[in-house]
Structures are given as C-alpha cells and as structure tokens.
Design a protein around this ligand. Structure first.
Ligand SMILES: *Cc1c(COP(=O)(O)O)cnc(C)c1O
Length: 421
C-alpha cells in the first residue's frame, strides 16, 4: 500500500509561502528525475527507446529542460507547444508532433523544426502535402476500433475522433510509399490513466502484428512504434503503482515473438507519457480561506478549479493532506471548495479530514500533470505561480502568478471612451 507522504514539512511550506503567496503549484525535481531514470531504464532492452514527454500535461520549459536532460523528447500537439519546446532547445527527431484537426500553420512549424509528424487522418496526407510538403519520415495514428476498450477520459476507440481505421492505414502507407517516402512509424493511443500493465502489452502486440502485416503487404519497413501515453498513476491511497518493469517485460516478449520471429527489426519503441512522468511530483499548495457550516461543512480554499480542474471535470479523486496535521485523525467530513460561481468547483466531496481551521495549509496531491496545464480564466480567476523544489532543497519560481494586468492584456480600455453606444 502506498501512503501519500509529502516531500516537504509544514515549516518548509510556511517559509515558501512567505515569499510566494498561495495558491501555487510546487514540483519535486528530485522525485521527478528519479522516476524519469527508472522509466528509461525499464526499457533499456530496446536500443532506440525514447519517451516523448506529452507537453500538454505540464507545459513548462523548466520542467521540459529537466526531462530533456534525462533523455526525453517532447510530444507536441499545438503551435504554442512546438514553439515552447523549440525555445527549450529541443528539435528534430526529439519532437513528435501528434495532433488532430490540425491547422496548416502547425504542420508548417512542425516541418520547420524537423519534428516527426504523426498524422491523425488519411486526408491529412494531402493536406500536409499541399501546405507544408511531405516529410521523409511519416507516422500514422491507428484507431483500433472494437479491437480495444478505452476508458472515461478518452472514450471508446470506435467513438473517439482520433486516428485511422485499419483499412485507411493500409491505404495511407501505400499512398506515401508511392509518393517516395521510405521511412515509416506507427502510433496508437487508446487509454488514459490506465493502471494495468497488460493493457499496454496488448496495445504493443496489436501494433507489432500490424507492422508485420503492413511490412509484408506493402514492402515497406518501420523504424519505430509509438505506443502512446496513458500510463496511470495511483491517485488514491492504497492504489498500486503500475509495475513499469512488468509493462516492459511484457512488451519485450511480444517484440521477440512477433517482430524478431518474423525477421523484422530492430524497431525503436517510443512512448509519449505525460501523467506518469510529472503527475505525482506536482502539488497544489493552497490555504483554507473560510470554514462554512450549513447543510454540510465546507472548507473554502484560496485555490479553485481554475488551478486544478480534474475533480470538477472527471469527478477525479485527488488526495488532500493538511500540512502539520498529517498525524491527526481524519474525522470531520468536508466538501473542499474553491470560490468559482460554479457549484462543481469542489476539490473533494464528503472527504474525511482532520478538523480544519482558517489558514490551514492544504496540499492537493498528484497535480503535476493536467493540473496547472488545464487552468483557465473563467470568472476572472488568475493562473497561479509554478515553483520548483530543486534537488538541493532550494525553491525557485518557474512561472510567476498571473496578475489582473495579464487578465486585461487583450482588452483595450482606452478604446471605450470613443466607443459610441
Ligand atoms: C494527452 C496525450 C498524451 C499523454 O497522456 P497521459 O495520459 O498524460 O500519458 C500522449 N499522447 C497524446 C497524443 C495525447 O493526446
């Protein structure tokens, strides 16, 4: 069983808060690096293995730089993400561009950076050709349809908007082959926050079999297979971490049985995980602003769903620790809320916590992926700062908090005086 300990004490947090007011996101560099190394080592049997960190999970160039140092590339899906990784010093084959419903400008940017382009649809071959020209290496995203079950976050594959059908894959690779492309990859991503090792082994198996089929049918060869992201993390105490070594062993077995046994390979294995890489290593630090007793007990925080949307969006569980009260019995039931004028602005519903007081420091766990990243400005809420707890114990800002001036930056108030009504 995994208990959810904090990598910092209440005293440390109080010192940080003196300098950086709550709420803020705080990332643990040491733990993030250790996990990154473990992840990379798990797949060392595959010579070209590479994790392309899904930038959308934690789009911060400082975090990207750390992960790049650990050997990771970047998986982008928008213009801003491409520019961010470019500014971080990542380029070429270290960028995977996996997007959908893609505008021409993004294909152009991906092409300029020599990113590996992963197409979401058959029609995009011609769109890409028209607006940016075809690259020398191309990858397609496969949607296995009924072959595979999805989950709540990503939906059932046959209803998901992503990817090519089987027959479209055959056609797409044939078209590209006939246009003179010689380098190919294949990709799929059908689940998110999946905790079973077998799921990823099965995904790899499906892709390996497809590679054998496509290679024989079309006389083309594959350089890489990208099994996507979606590796889950234990949000709840008591949930087990996925055994990443078991995932790797299972995939290796299938690789030998399907790829090697058919005389193919070597083929590089790629992943594009986000959540597994940064999720557990980011914390939303906030304080109790008000305690309210009506039909229920409410603990109102100085953070809101604009800082972490997953509970409101998916009903997701995020563990909560009250700094300094770690050893007190959780015996009072609270709804832990934000201040947005939306009743679903709750970080937790009917959560047992130690007795809370105004000013208590609340730490919300597992906010390091799809946390800050999903932030928004609805209701005039401002995005928080992001801080990094470095390996030497120092805390540095890696993004300042938004101000009202940032919020108003796109408005021209001066224009109001000459605006006739
Ligand atoms: C969101 C996304 C990922 C990362 O998903 P995680 O669940 O964070 O691992 C990877 N690839 C693509 C194409 C995505 O859209």
């Amino acid at each position: 069983m995994l208990d959810k300990k904090l990598p910092f004490t209440k005293d440390q947090l109080e010192k940080i808060i003196e300098k950086y007011p709550t709420p803020f996101h705080l990332y643990d560099e040491k733990a993030m690096r250790e996990n990154a190394r473990e992840f990379k080592n798990a797949f060392s049997w595959n010579e070209g293995f590479k994790e392309f960190f899904a930038v959308k999970a934690a789009p911060n160039p400082y975090l990207m730089k750390i992960l790049h140092k650990e050997g990771f590339g970047a998986d982008c899906s928008s213009l801003a993400e491409l520019i961010m990784v470019q500014k971080t010093g990542i380029s070429g084959a270290e960028i995977m561009f996996t997007s959908n419903d893609t505008p021409a400008a993004e294909f152009l940017k991906a092409k300029e950076l020599k990113a590996v382009i992963n197409l979401d649809d058959l029609s995009h071959i011609f769109y890409l050709e028209e607006y940016a020209g075809l690259p020398q290496l191309i990858c397609f995203r496969y949607n296995p349809g009924k072959l595979k079950k999805g989950n709540l976050i990503i939906g059932h594959p046959e209803e998901a908007k992503y990817g090519f059908t089987h027959d479209q894959l055959v056609e797409g690779y044939k078209i590209c082959r006939d246009k003179g492309i010689k380098r190919f990859g294949i990709h799929t991503m059908v689940a998110s926050n999946e905790l079973s090792a077998g799921y990823f082994v099965e995904t790899a198996e499906i892709l390996f079999k497809l590679i054998v089929e496509l290679t024989h049918k079309l006389k083309i060869s594959f350089e890489f297979v990208n099994i996507g992201g979606g590796v889950g993390i234990p949000y709840r105490p008591g949930e087990e971490r996925i055994d990443i070594n078991a995932v790797s062993r299972g995939i290796k077995e299938k690789y030998e049985k399907i790829i090697v046994a058919n005389g193919l390979g070597p083929i590089k294995l790629y992943t594009e995980c986000g959540r597994y890489i940064t999720g557990p290593y980011g914390y939303l630090v906030t304080r109790v602003l008000h305690i309210k007793n009506t039909y229920k007990k409410f603990a109102g925080l100085d953070a809101c769903m604009a800082n972490l949307m997953r509970p409101a969006l998916y009903g997701a569980y995020h563990h909560i620790t009250v700094a300094g009260k770690e050893n007190q019995i959780a015996e009072v039931v609270y709804d832990v809320t934000g201040s947005l004028c939306e009743n679903n602005d709750k970080f937790a519903i009917d959560r047992k916590l130690p007795l809370l007081e105004r000013g208590d420091i609340i730490v919300i766990h597992d906010a390091g992926a799809h946390g800050y990243a999903m932030g928004f400005n609805y209701n005039g809420k401002l995005r928080s700062a992001e801080l990094l707890l470095r390996e030497d114990g120092k805390v540095v800002p890696i993004r300042r908090a938004e101000t009202v001036d940032d919020y108003f930056a796109t408005l021209d108030f001066a224009g109001l005086s000459s605006f006739r009504t």
